[in-house]
Unconditional design. Structure first.
Length: 250
C-alpha cells in the first residue's frame, strides 16, 4: 500500500524540477495528481511520464487568478476533492539592491507570494478536512545572500503565511507546512548561472557550501514533500522543513 492511496493531490509548477519530482512521487504512492504549469508541451510530457491513469494536466499560470479558477473548476467538474495541495510554483532572478526595479518587485513578489496566497485561497472549498497544504519556501528566506533580497522577502512572506494558515485552518484539521529547499539540481538553478562560469562548475561550487558537500536532487525534495503530505507528519503543522544538506544549520 502507498502512503497516499486513494488521495487526490495538486502540484503547481509541476512540469519540471521539484514540482514534477513531487507529483511523480505522490502518484507512485497511490495519489491521483493534478499537475499545472505554464507551458503545455512540458506539462503534457510530465503527465505522460507519470501516466494518464494517475495524473491530469491543467495548463495555467499561477499568477493569473482566472487560470487558478480554471484549475479548481476542472477538479470540481471531475467530482474530486483535494487531500494534498503543494503550492510549489515560484522562481527568482538575482539583482542587487542598487539595480532592483519596480518590475522586478512586481514579478518576483507575484510569482512567489501572490501565487501561493491565491492558490490556497481558491482551493479552500475543495480541500477535504484533514488535508495537507504544503507551501514552497526557501532557505534564502532566513539568509542574507547578496542579490536575493526580493526573493528572500517573498519567501519569508510564504513562511509567515504557513504559520497564519496553520492557525486559521486548524478547526478543519488541515495541516499547513512549508518545504524550504536548499540548492537543488534544477533548470531554474542552472538558469541563474553567472556568465563567467559553466553550469556544471556553478553547481559544483554551490555544492561545496553545504556540509553534505553537494546540491540536492529533486527526488530528495520530493521525499520531504511526501513526508509533509502523508500521515507520517500527522502531528506537524505550521512548520518549515529545511532540506538543505545542513547549509542553514551549521
Amino acid at each position: 500500500m502507498g502512503q497516499l492511496d486513494g488521495k487526490v493531490a495538486v502540484v503547481t509548477g509541476a512540469s519540471k524540477g521539484i514540482g514534477f519530482a513531487s507529483a511523480l512521487r505522490f502518484a507512485e504512492e497511490g495519489a491521483y495528481v493534478y499537475l499545472t504549469g505554464r507551458r503545455k508541451p512540458e506539462l503534457d510530457e510530465a503527465v505522460a511520464r507519470i501516466g494518464a491513469a494517475r495524473a491530469s494536466g491543467v495548463q495555467g499560470d499561477v499568477t493569473d487568478l482566472a487560470d487558478l479558477d480554471q484549475l479548481f473548476a476542472t477538479i470540481d467538474a471531475d467530482g474530486r476533492r483535494i487531500d494534498v495541495l503543494f503550492a510549489n510554483a515560484g522562481g527568482t532572478s538575482m539583482s542587487p539592491l542598487a539595480l532592483v526595479t519596480e518590475q522586478d518587485y512586481e514579478q518576483i513578489t507575484r510569482f512567489n507570494l501572490h501565487s501561493a496566497l491565491f492558490t490556497v485561497q481558491k482551493a479552500l472549498s475543495l480541500l477535504n478536512d484533514n488535508a495537507s497544504v504544503i507551501l514552497c519556501s526557501s532557505t534564502m528566506a532566513s539568509r542574507g545572500a547578496g542579490g536575493a533580497g526580493l526573493y528572500a522577502a517573498a519567501k519569508a512572506g510564504v513562511r509567515s503565511l504557513t504559520r497564519t494558515w496553520a492557525s486559521e485552518l486548524k478547526d478543519r484539521g488541515i495541516r499547513v507546512n512549508a518545504l524550504a529547499p536548499g540548492v537543488t539540481e534544477t533548470e531554474l538553478v542552472r538558469g541563474n548561472v553567472p556568465a563567467d562560469i559553466s553550469p556544471d562548475e556553478f553547481i559544483a561550487m554551490l555544492g561545496t557550501m553545504a556540509p553534505l558537500g553537494r546540491v540536492a536532487h529533486p527526488a530528495e525534495q520530493a521525499a520531504a514533500a511526501l513526508f509533509l503530505a502523508s500521515d507520517q507528519s500527522s502531528y506537524i503543522t505550521g512548520f518549515e522543513l529545511l532540506v538543505d544538506g545542513g547549509y542553514n544549520q551549521i
